[in-house]
Design a protein around this ligand. Structure first.
Ligand code: GLC
Ligand code: CA
Length: 557
């Protein structure tokens, strides 16, 4: 197994708007990230993935870029960015940034020029189509058609919001611009990129009509717009032009890539260092992309999805593992559903969060934590749409109502799935606005911040935060097994127990046992040295290991 810094490193995703505000406008900023580097260092983080901070009208919180070379004033300026990169480097923390290359903001000067003048060379940069009728019936990810009319008989294409027109990768001049952007940031000192929505860049089936899927006569673009034949040529060219010969990593948001094709994406000479797999992150959603259509799933199915993902990736290359990100609800609520710790129940919260953490840090692949996950943050109760910000959540609310849900039902589905759940301001302290800002924050603070915040967990030695620190330490001390070792499922009869071995080429194996259920059980297990456990020492009864509710242990054999 070839070694690389990014295989051993622990990543931490930062949503800059919600991390730390330093100038009192209620919005997190780059100086705020800089201020909190010591916190991240103490946690044991090796690299940050910073979500978009480029100039943007913020219809999709920066995933609508108006200028790839400028910092949005609400986050600071280029000097702040340079200072952040420098300080992080001095502390041994690398930075990777989010690259949104499937689309820009409609405010990007390329799009504005293209709109102004049909003869402009920038028309070629986007997907304009002349047609009397709507050119196809694909439904955009945030609702409505992917086609937006601009003038009589002229349309442009957008996979996401109408404020996010898709780029036309078929245009060589556009590709040259994209490579220039990537090289600019690499030269500035970033260590790589998270590639946003990258499997959408090649258009194919979504340009033609498809079988209507619902009342609106549309067909979900996620079914017909992803990973289209020919995408590899673009991705390989991008790698050649920007990444080959550099010590940088790339992690692609890559839904729509079947496991059989993973080799092209992450194999030797693959397009990327690793990809994010959505199979178990989206376990709670039924196909079709509507949040009101929740899937009924079991821990058995979760296990199957996790191991299928782990084994496929292991055969082909390297993976990225995560339980949370800025598009997901909090893992505590997702995986424990109505059993998720209620406000005030700190003991259950500790057990559930550390059970998930032990699972995550046991898996094979580069671990990505999302801000607040290390504190066991829960979903935020949003009372109404007025409290929401996310375009996707507002659209999903509308869709639920259209499908016949009552307002209360629609709000429940949105509360379960809203991307705003993970975007609430980081709870630094129990003080006003959770110590995030002097000013009223741009998005509601999770109301449980007095009982659950970073300062409190730093002080309490048996906190979730300290447990995560320990998991990170363990992963580093046991690199041969926990990073480079093979993973092998340890099949056992218990539905609620996820168990596996990490087997290094040399040295002792590590066994991981995680009970996601709220009942105790006894499992067959070889005795060994307990490396960590959320109940303290592991408890054996004769030849069996006792797993109490939400108990998780790692054992060196
Ligand atoms: C990705 C991002 C998401 C964004 C979308 C459009 O899925 O993670 O936050 O809304 O792309 O750029
Ligand atoms: Ca600010």
């Amino acid at each position: 197994m070839e070694r690389a810094w990014w295989k051993e490193a622990i990543g931490y995703e930062i949503y800059p708007k919600s991390f730390k505000d330093t100038n009192g406008d209620g919005i997190g900023d780059l100086k705020g990230i800089m201020e909190k580097l010591p916190y991240l260092k103490e946690l044991g983080i090796d690299f940050l993935w910073i979500c978009p901070f480029y100039r943007s009208p913020m219809h999709d919180n920066g995933y609508d870029v108006a200028d790839y070379y400028a910092i949005d004033p609400q986050f600071g300026d280029m000097e702040d960015m340079d200072a952040l990169l420098e300080k992080a480097k001095a502390m041994g923390i690398r930075v990777i940034i989010d690259m949104v290359l499937n689309h820009t903001s409609y405010q990007h000067k390329w799009f504005q020029e293209a709109l102004k003048d049909p003869q402009s060379k920038y028309r070629e940069y986007y997907i304009f189509k002349e047609s009397r009728e709507r050119p196809s019936n694909a439904r955009s990810c945030f609702g409505g058609s992917v086609w937006e009319p601009v003038e009589e008989g002229m349309w442009y294409y957008h996979t996401f919001d109408r404020s996010q027109p898709d780029l036309n990768w078929e245009c060589p001049a556009l590709r040259t611009e994209i490579y220039k952007i990537l090289n600019y940031w690499l030269d500035k000192g970033v260590s790589g990129f998270r590639m946003d929505a990258i499997t959408y860049i090649k258009k194919g089936a979504s340009l033609r009509d498809a079988e209507p899927q619902g009342e609106d006569g549309l067909h979900d673009v996620a079914d017909i717009g992803l990973n289209q034949p020919g995408i590899g040529e673009f991705l390989l060219e991008m790698r050649r032009e920007c990444l080959d010969g550099r010590d940088a990593m790339t992690v692609a948001e890559a839904p729509g890539v079947p496991y059989e094709q993973l080799d092209e994406y992450i194999g030797e000479d693959g397009y990327f260092s690793m990809v994010f797999d959505f199979s178990y992150a989206d376990i709670d959603l039924a196909p079709g992309g509507n949040w009101y259509n929740q899937a009924d799933w079991s821990f058995g199915e979760l296990k199957r999805l996790i191991f299928r993902s782990q084994e496929s990736v292991q055969q082909q290359g390297w993976g990225a593992v995560y339980l949370e990100n800025h598009d997901q609800s909090r893992s505590l609520n997702k995986y424990f559903r109505d059993k998720a710790a209620a406000a005030g129940d700190l003991r259950t919260r500790f057990l559930q969060s550390t059970a998930l953490g032990t699972l995550l840090f046991g898996l094979r692949g580069t671990v990505f934590l999302y801000q607040g996950e290390e504190l066991g943050m829960r979903n935020c109760p949003f009372a109404s749409c007025q409290e929401l910000d996310d375009v996707n959540s507002l659209d999903q609310y509308r869709r639920a109502i259209e499908a016949g849900c009552t307002e209360a039902e629609a709000m429940k589905f949105v509360n379960d799935r809203s991307r705003d759940n993970s975007r609430t301001p980081f709870p630094w302290t129990g003080e006003k606005n959770a110590g995030f800002s002097e000013h009223r924050p741009w998005l509601k603070v999770n109301p449980d911040y007095e009982e659950n915040n970073a300062e409190k967990q730093q002080k309490e030695t048996d906190s979730i935060l300290h447990y995560y620190q320990k998991l990170i330490r363990l992963r580093k001390e046991n690199k041969e097994s926990l990073v480079y070792g093979r993973i092998e499922e340890n099949e056992m009869g218990e539905e609620t127990v996820i168990s596996f071995f990490r087997r290094p080429e040399e040295g002792p194996d590590i066994a991981v046992y995680v009970n996601l259920g709220d009942q105790s059980c006894l499992v067959q297990a070889e005795k060994g040295r307990c490396l960590c456990g959320n109940y303290g020492e592991a408890r054996w009864e004769k030849e069996k290991l006792v797993l109490r509710p939400y108990e998780a242990v790692m054992v060196e054999m």
